[in-house]
Design a protein around this ligand. Structure first.
Ligand code: NAD
Length: 456
């Protein structure tokens, strides 16, 4: 039987175990994968399987709202689209695209668009569900959604990328809109792609609709601070968690996996706060320097070459050894499922800050809790991006734009307030920060579900 531990007191906890027994009565065993959807086949380590296990863990804390919990185990709406485009050489290529709206009880759908060759419907379902949890945890007036196209964008020319983005946007145009569902950037998508999406949607509806996507370029209704917001949120929640466990940032050693939008921004902020970034890994390779990287040089290298490999101010390392690097803080900021049970056993860090969505498998979560490693879960740690996306959406509607200082002050206040509530919930029930975040979020989502009632 999986054990449940307090984030602060890494021993089996009587209250949590009693609650776990209650969970078995309500919901069957943990990892029960109770969703009987015909179109996905989750297993314990798949993204949707990971999400279902997380919901099972929180069920005992939902009180009378537990009767609605099945709502969280199935997406409200999942759209699969064919995206045909003419390639530069005159051939026609077809890509598979998705937009999943997991839950809309608290407001319109909100969540990013991912371009990656490994994207599947099941992955997008999990990512959309984590958006429902994240938006509710930070108390944004949104449901959860996510989209993706199964494509390696690095193999497309810029014109092919634009044609694919526009056709995909047209295909999902029947479910998105400023009041329905608002996409944003995720892995391999950026402000330029958001600009094409906004333009395509606007052409189709016959009016400029800036509020249909967030993460746009500034002069198209984008918000100051959005590009670095997710990394900033990782830093702000990480700084707060470090303070609470007595870990000084000055001299703290940081390892970061994924040196893209999220990982690089978070790493730079930690370095500015006095930490030293000693290891980095991305799709091009792994590098390390026990004295810390020169961050400006590393940033220039990644910009020039597209990845961390070959950086002169560091030694190359084989990819698996990344998980053995001596560090105090680990920031997984690449893809799901990276922190496996085997890697969790070897980790040196005291603090794991989940910049990526779903980087830690449930079995690894248990091992980390057992070893007294504090995990700040994705659903609060990387919520800075969607929070500033929310600011962008509000600014677009009011056509009144805030300064970057105003954005950052409001962002920090929201994240610190949300983390405090989650921390108090974790202390109260003696559960991990992940289960506490799910408890806070699921209660808000299911209370909205109950208050709205079932139609018809
Ligand atoms: P990005 O495309 O800017 O960067 C992704 C990084 O991951 C790149 O450095 C890439 O090289 C690396 N990577 C890819 N495959 C890898 C592998 N197999 N091993 C190691 N590294 C690998 O994407 P991003 O926007 O920084 O997103 C990173 C993560 O953060 C994703 O999980 C995403 O869902 C999550 N996230 C992003 C945002 C946002 O605002 N962009 C918000 C919340 C969460």
């Amino acid at each position: 039987m999986p054990r449940i531990y307090s984030a602060r007191h890494p021993q089996p906890c009587a209250v949590a175990l009693a609650a776990h027994d209650a969970a078995r009565r309500i919901d069957g065993p943990l990892f029960s994968m109770t969703t009987n959807l015909s179109y996905v086949h989750p297993h314990a380590d798949s993204p949707w399987g990971t999400y279902l296990a997380q919901v099972d863990r929180v069920t005992p804390y939902l009180g009378h709202l537990a009767r609605w919990v099945e709502t969280l185990k199935r997406p409200k709406r999942a759209l699969v689209v064919d995206v045909p485009i003419e390639m530069d050489d005159g051939t026609v290529a077809h890509f598979e695209g998705y937009r999943v709206q997991h839950n809309l009880s608290r407001g319109p759908g909100k969540g990013g668009i991912r371009y990656h060759p490994d994207v599947t419907l099941e992955e997008v379902m999990a990512l959309s569900a984590w958006m429902s949890i994240k938006n509710a945890a930070v108390n944004l007036p949104y449901g959860g959604a996510k989209g993706g196209v199964r494509v390696d964008p690095k193999r497309l020319s810029i014109k092919e990328l634009e044609r694919m983005t526009r056709r995909y946007t047209s295909e999902i145009g029947i479910v998105i809109g400023p009041q329905q569902d608002i996409p944003a950037p995720d892995v391999n998508t950026n402000p330029q792609i958001m600009a094409w999406m906004m333009d395509t949607y606007s052409m189709n509806v016959g009016a400029t609709a800036t509020g249909v996507v967030t993460g746009k370029p500034i002069h198209l209704g984008g918000s100051l601070g959005r590009v670095k917001a997710t990394g900033r949120g990782v830093f702000v929640t990480g700084r707060e968690a470090a303070r609470r466990i007595g870990l000084a940032l000055e001299g703290a050693r940081v390892a970061v996996q994924g040196y893209g939008n999220v990982g690089s921004a978070a790493a730079e902020l930690f370095a500015q706060a006095g930490a030293i970034v000693v290891a980095a890994q991305d799709h091009t390779g792994t590098i390390t320097n026990s004295r810390g990287f020169d961050m400006a040089d590393l940033s220039a290298h990644v910009k020039a070459t597209g990845g961390v490999a070959g950086f002169r101010g560091a030694e190359p390392l084989d990819d698996e050894s990344f998980w053995d690097v001596r560090c105090d803080i680990l920031i997984p900021a690449a893809l799901e499922g990276q922190l496996t049970a085997a890697r969790a056993q070897r980790l040196h860090a005291r603090l794991v800050l989940e910049g990526a969505n779903g980087p830690t498998l449930p079995a690894a979560d248990d091992i980390l809790a057992d070893r007294g490693v504090l995990v700040v879960p994705d659903v609060i740690c990387n919520a800075g991006g969607v929070t500033v996306s929310y600011f962008e959406w509000v600014q677009d509607f009011s056509s009144f734009f805030w300064t970057e200082d105003e954005i950052n002050v409001r962002l920090d206040k929201i994240l610190i307030g949300a983390l405090k509530k989650i921390w108090d919930t974790a202390d109260h029930h003696r559960i991990t920060l992940r289960t506490a975040t799910f408890a806070v979020a699921c209660e808000r989502i299911l209370a909205a579900r109950e208050e709205r009632g079932l139609y018809p």
